[in-house]
Write a protein that binds this ligand. Structure first.
Ligand SMILES: [Fe+2]
Length: 403
């Protein structure tokens, strides 16, 4: 863990005076395509929320790097992730969330069990009730995708992972061990279409400097600027307010707390953490925020150089589902989604600014922009890696073995 708050002078060893990433990295379709390949198909990335497939037998289509995937909860409660295409003609298998169990292709009615195995192939040899030989059937199951669940989130890896999702998340899991993230209650979830590049959404989330100016309702500048940068690992970066929650309790919400309401805590939080607010990016696309009584995720789905879908969810402790906390939950949601709403015009204007011929002359400030610089370096380094380093899984289908 490295505290870089005190750093001054060059950012990550490079001179200040310009952004690490050029403005074109936020507008160029070629860069966007390269990011999909070099980052979103080559790393563990957020793909969805576990509550999207809470019920046994449920499934939900999602998209990662433009690749159609299907989240499935089998009858035993195990999460599975598959490439969301039928093994016959490659049509997208499922376009809507479902709770009906077995998956049926809309084209020729091939059906698949929730473990991905093929179980129905009508008129296989043009006769009723026919089907393939068992060894052929066994090769035509849905193709699985490496995945992992943690803290209400689903992570997937579209390439061939050389590390585990647990390794990526370990620094955060360790830091957040006192919080019970296994029995969360979803307070509210919203989807936003944001007119900005996904990297600007990350950078804005990690930009603690703007808080008193864009979100003055959540506290005075003295509180909002009392934040320490934190680097938990190369891929988990952000910051924390040491005295955020105590400011909230006194009516000065540092980053959007419950406005003085008393929600049950997320487990047995030691006294030393009662005041702490954590804000982290799990590179590339999971932005997480935790206080003793709530946990928030803003997850990003880049869809174009200038367009990003945000999936924002606010979670509270399971006991807070009780009707006695209806008002507290609503107050919390109002504050947190209100803060996010305020960022939308900022993000739009940041994106528009990237089209200025002067955009490559903006100036990162060592006192505030170290975390942004780290994020940009991480992105730049990923883009610089050879295109052959991580081939996408999509090319690994055993086509030559298929009948
Ligand atoms: Fe903001």
């Amino acid at each position: 863990m490295v505290n870089v708050r005190e750093a001054s002078g060059p950012i990550d060893g490079r001179p200040v005076g310009s952004s690490i990433l050029p403005a074109s990295a936020y507008t160029d379709q070629k860069v966007f395509d390269t990011e999909r390949q070099q980052i979103f198909e080559s790393r563990w990335v957020w793909a969805g929320f576990t509550h999207w497939v809470a019920e046994p037998g449920s499934s939900r289509p999602v998209s990662v790097a433009g690749r159609p995937l299907l989240l499935v909860r089998d009858r035993e409660g195990t999460l599975r992730v598959f490439h969301n295409i039928c093994r016959h003609r490659g049509i997208v298998l499922s376009e809507q969330p479902s709770t009906r169990g077995r998956l049926r292709c809309p084209y020729h009615f091939w059906t698949f069990n929730l473990d991905g195995s093929l179980c129905g192939t009508p008129y296989w040899d043009r006769t009723k009730g026919s089907g393939p030989e068992p060894e052929v059937r066994d090769r035509l199951g849905l193709l699985p995708v490496p995945h992992s669940e943690w803290a209400g989130m689903v992570f997937v890896h579209l390439g061939e992972p050389t590390d585990s999702a647990e390794e990526l998340l370990a620094p955060l899991a360790e830091r957040w061990a006192p919080y019970d993230l296994t029995s969360l209650h979803l307070a509210e979830e919203r989807r936003y279409d944001v007119d900005a590049n996904w990297k600007l959404v990350v950078e804005n989330f990690l930009d603690f400097y703007h808080l008193p100016f864009v979100h003055p309702q959540v506290g005075p500048a003295a509180t909002l600027l009392d934040i320490e940068d934190q680097v938990l690992s190369e891929a988990v970066i952000g910051g924390y307010y040491p005295r955020g929650a105590s400011a909230k309790a006194s009516g000065q919400t540092a980053a959007g707390g419950g406005g003085g309401t008393a929600l049950p805590l997320l487990g047995e939080i030691p006294d030393g953490l009662r005041d702490r607010q954590d804000i982290f990016c799990v590179f590339p696309n999971a932005l997480v925020f935790i206080e003793p009584d709530f946990y928030q995720v803003i997850a990003l789905e880049p869809v174009a150089p200038d367009r990003t879908v945000e999936h924002m969810a606010v979670f509270v402790a399971a006991e807070a589902a009780d009707a006695a906390y209806d008002t507290a939950r609503k107050n919390l949601s109002d504050v947190l989604f209100g803060v996010n709403d305020q960022d939308l015009p900022v993000l739009r204007a940041l994106q528009q600014g990237r089209h200025s011929p002067a955009a490559d002359r903006n100036h990162l400030v060592p006192h505030w922009d170290q975390i942004t610089a780290r994020f940009q370096h991480l992105t730049a380094d990923a883009l610089a890696q050879g295109a052959t380093a991580n081939a996408p899984m999509a090319s690994n289908a055993p086509a030559k073995e298929d009948p």
